[in-house]
Each structure stands twice: as structure tokens, then as C-alpha cells.
Write a protein that binds this ligand. Structure first.
Ligand code: SAM
Ligand code: SF4
Length: 465
């Protein structure tokens, strides 16, 4: 039992030594690592340290160019879309960077009723979304964690016109194995949890009250989720708390630990940077700020290190920053988001938000912009519904086969969005992007895509392979 609650794989001395030896590598060695990355088998800890130490502008550009190639090879131009759904901002913890923390008396507290959750869901569906990320602080009203389970059931129960939410991912505080089992039974897609920082001293300094003070309970959460049978898990770091180089090395150790113990690593990595949050001095001036240039470096290095893991970027980042990082490795983005419970129904209640958004565009505006850049927004939820999760997903992804499934699924779900929800100008740009994507496909994948597209045009919905 002990190994389910102690994270002894967070080995600070090992990370320190690897960063030290990585700093000694020359340009020749860096190029060797980049050549290895193109084999799409991922990188070792030492390789990541060597790339993190690069500061020469020319060599950095080589890292970016390699990351772009790997991203294109595995993911093509697809970008999976989702919307966060905040159900409650009650919280018993004291995370110094978060507006939801217990002592923040200036924040308007709000716990959505099941009817209000249904209303938020209807609005999100009417924007055109098919997947949501359900988020809550660590304090549940009424019968405790059952509130979250009921909320998931409510989201899945809403049918609105031709639409519905087909995948609910969840970002809530760490649970016991039994509670994780209930979460699995509720039919969630991915369970997400960010360690915030893998550096124990920093963790202790910024989490000063509540259950979240326990570093090991949090760092071992994914183990318990996997023991409960949840095999799509997402991890992340809140960049800005501690040295980003240390953090990406620790992420590598976390993934290696999961692979060793469960035979599969994480499904996604989230890369939030700290944003200003109401009542938090720390969020306005983070202890270890990450510059835009370093942020791009983080995305590129991780893309090379774990090529088959999806990267999630939220509306914390500005539109400009998101555009630049798509090409380097980001594969999922949120759009049209609100981070306050009830925020979709009532736009004005920003004093209840978790943090400030960097990108204020609506889903339709984001879709138009990314399609104009040649990306294909995807609303696909096929893998999880066909049981392609965990190791099964990775087995399919690793030989590059995922492109054969994801490409057609992206086009059919994008077209569904264009027909059912897009304003005319967005539909026009989107149709052009679909035509271009079909032209660039291999003949076999194109045939599959065209058959699925035909079904959607003739009125069928939820077409996937
Ligand atoms: N309360 C749960 C927890 O902490 O695990 C889950 C939801 S919490 C609202 C989701 C994430 O928001 C946290 O893990 C943290 O990384 C992020 N977050 C908190 N404050 C933030 C800020 N000021 N800027 C950006 N992200 C922040
Ligand atoms: Fe609560 Fe999560 Fe915010 Fe911490 S990050 S104060 S646990 S909502």
C-alpha cells in the first residue's frame, strides 16, 4: 500500500546530476540527440538535460525545426478542441497562486446546482463543443465527492439539438483508489492532475494549508487512478513556481515511473503558465517566471522527448503564443473558456474566476483563425469510445497508425461543427481547410475520410472510425 502514496521516484539528486552533465554537451552531441528524436522513439533524461541547456540561437532553431517535424509526422495539422466547465470554486486548500484558495475572502463563492450545470452544458454544446474538462476546487458540497459524480452524469445527460458532450475529462484533487473507481464508472475520459511543482521545498512553500500540502499524496495520485483502472491520465506542471528545467526532468521521471509500473505513461501533459489571479501576489509575480522564449523551448523539448503524448494548452496563453506553439507540439487547446462557475451563462461574474484568461476569443473566432493557418480543428472523441485508451492507444499511436484514424475523424467532426454551429464566414474558411487536407492525404486515408464526410453531409452525426 505504501508505494501507492509515496513518490520516491521524484529523485532531486538524480535530476541535479543529469542537468549538470547535460550542460557539458557540445553542438555535435545536441545534433545527435535531434537525429535520434526524429526516430520518434523519445529521449532519455540526459538528452532532455542537454537540450534544455542549449542557448545558442542557431542550435535552438534546429531544436524548433525538429519539433515541428515530429509534430507534423505524428499529429499532422489536427488540433483537438475542448472547453473547461468549472462546477464549484469552493476550496479548503491554500495554494498561494490560486484565487480559489480558502482565505481569499474577496472571491464570490459559487457551487453550481445540477440544473445550473445542465444550463452551462447546453451553452457549451451550442458553441459546438463535444468534449469538456470538468474542474472543481477541493471541497465538495452535500454528500462530498458524489457531487462530482452527479455532475458528470448531468453533463452526459444533456441533449441539445443535434449535439451532446461525448467525452468528459476531469481535473479534480487526488482521490483514493475507491473514489477513482467511481470516477471510472462515471465514464470519464482522462483524469488530469498537475503536480504544480515537483520540487519538494518549493511545493511546501506555496501550498500552506489543507490536504494539498501533502506532496506525496498528490504525486502518487496517478498511480491510484491507474490502479483503479483509469488508463488515460494527464499530468502537468504549473510553470512559474520553480526552475522549468528541473520540472521537465521531473516530468520525465514521472512518466518513466508510470511506464515501469503500469506499462503505459501519461496520455497528456498540460503546460499551464502562471497567470494573474485575484487576491494573489504570487500569481502577479511568479517566483520563477518562464519567458515566452523558454516556454516555446519547453514545448519543443517535450515534443521530442515524448512524441506520442498529447500536449494541452489552455486559454491561459495569448492567441499569438498559442499560434506559435501549435507548430512546435501542442495538440489540444481550449477555446471560448470561462474559469468561473456559471461563467458561460453569466459573463459578468469575473470576480469568481480562478485566473485571468490570455485569449478571449470565442470558439468560432479560434476555429476561423486556426483554420486560416492550415490547422484542422477536431472534435473527435472516437478513441475513448472505442476503448482505444492507455496501452491500446499507445500501441496504435506508436507505429504512426493513429494518423489513419485521427485524420478522418478530425474531418468528419470538424464538418459536423461547420454545418451545425459555424457562422457563414467560419464555415467558408473551414470548408477550404477540409478540401486542402483531403488533397494532402494518402489515397487510402482520403477514401475513408470522403466516405465519412459524405455521411455527415447527408445528415448522419457522430461518425467516427
Ligand atoms: N483544485 C484541484 C487541484 O488543485 O488539483 C483541481 C482544479 S485546479 C482549479 C486546476 C489547476 O489550475 C491547478 O492544478 C493549477 O495548476 C491551475 N492554476 C491555479 N492557479 C493558477 C494560476 N494563477 N494561473 C494558472 N493556472 C493556475
Ligand atoms: Fe484549490 Fe486547486 Fe486552487 Fe489549490 S489550485 S486553491 S486546490 S482550486
Amino acid at each position: 500500500m505504501l508505494q501507492d502514496t509515496v513518490a520516491d521516484w521524484v529523485d532531486e539528486a538524480r535530476i541535479g546530476a543529469a542537468l549538470e552533465s547535460g550542460r557539458k554537451e557540445d553542438a555535435g552531441k545536441v545534433r545527435e540527440i535531434l537525429a535520434k528524436a526524429l526516430e520518434l522513439k523519445g529521449l532519455r533524461l540526459h538528452d532532455v538535460a542537454a537540450l534544455a541547456a542549449v542557448s545558442d540561437a542557431g542550435l535552438l532553431e534546429e531544436i524548433f525545426a525538429t519539433a515541428r517535424k515530429v509534430k507534423e509526422e505524428i499529429y499532422g495539422r489536427r488540433l483537438v478542441m475542448f472547453a473547461p466547465l468549472y462546477i464549484s470554486n469552493l476550496c479548503k486548500n491554500e495554494c498561494l497562486y490560486c484565487a480559489f484558495r480558502r482565505s481569499n475572502t474577496g472571491l464570490t463563492r459559487r457551487v453550481l446546482s445540477q440544473e445550473e450545470i445542465a444550463e452551462e452544458t447546453r451553452i457549451i454544446i451550442n458553441q459546438g463543443h463535444k468534449r469538456i474538462l470538468l474542474v472543481a476546487g477541493e471541497s465538495y458540497p452535500g454528500e462530498g465527492f458524489k457531487y462530482v459524480l452527479d455532475s458528470i452524469a448531468t453533463v452526459y445527460s444533456v441533449k441539445e439539438g443535434a449535439g451532446e458532450i461525448r467525452r468528459v475529462n476531469v481535473n479534480v484533487a487526488p482521490l483514493s483508489v475507491d473514489d477513482f473507481k467511481s470516477l471510472k464508472e462515471a465514464g470519464i475520459g482522462t483524469y488530469q492532475i498537475f503536480q504544480e511543482t515537483y520540487h519538494r521545498d518549493t511545493y511546501a512553500k506555496v501550498h500552506v494549508g489543507g490536504k494539498k500540502r501533502d506532496f506525496d499524496w498528490r504525486a502518487s495520485a496517478v498511480d491510484r487512478a491507474m490502479l483503479a483502472g483509469i488508463d488515460d491520465v494527464g499530468v502537468g506542471v504549473l510553470f512559474g513556481l520553480y526552475d522549468w528545467k528541473y520540472e521537465i526532468m521531473a516530468l520525465m521521471l514521472h512518466i518513466a515511473h508510470l511506464e515501469e509500473r503500469f506499462g503505459v505513461g501519461c496520455h497528456t501533459i498540460s503546460v499551464p503558465r502562471m497567470e494573474p489571479a485575484m487576491g494573489s501576489d504570487m500569481a502577479t509575480s511568479p517566483p520563477s517566471p518562464v519567458s515566452d522564449a523558454d516556454f516555446k523551448k519547453i514545448v519543443a523539448i517535450l515534443r521530442l522527448a515524448v512524441p506520442y503524448t498529447g500536449f494541452i494548452m489552455s486559454t491561459r496563453e495569448t492567441a499569438q503564443m498559442r499560434m506559435e506553439t501549435f507548430a512546435l507540439g501542442v495538440s489540444q487547446i481550449s477555446a471560448g473558456s470561462r474559469t468561473n462557475p456559471g461563467g458561460y451563462a453569466d459573463d459578468e461574474k469575473f470576480e469568481a474566476s480562478q485566473f485571468q484568461l490570455g485569449d478571449h476569443r470565442s470558439l468560432a473566432e479560434v476555429i476561423k483563425d486556426v483554420s486560416e493557418l492550415g490547422y484542422i480543428p477536431s472534435f473527435c472523441t472516437g478513441c475513448y469510445r472505442l476503448g482505444r485508451t492507455g496501452a491500446d492507444f499507445m500501441d496504435l499511436a506508436k507505429p504512426g497508425l493513429i494518423k489513419e484514424k485521427c485524420g478522418p475523424n478530425a474531418l468528419s467532426t470538424f464538418l459536423e461543427y461547420l454545418i451545425d454551429y459555424a457562422p457563414a464566414d467560419v464555415a467558408e474558411v473551414g470548408e477550404r481547410a477540409i478540401a486542402q487536407e483531403l488533397d494532402d492525404m494518402l489515397p487510402k486515408t482520403r477514401r475513408v475520410s470522403e466516405r465519412m464526410i459524405e455521411k455527415v453531409r447527408s445528415g448522419r452525426r457522430d461518425v467516427y472510425c
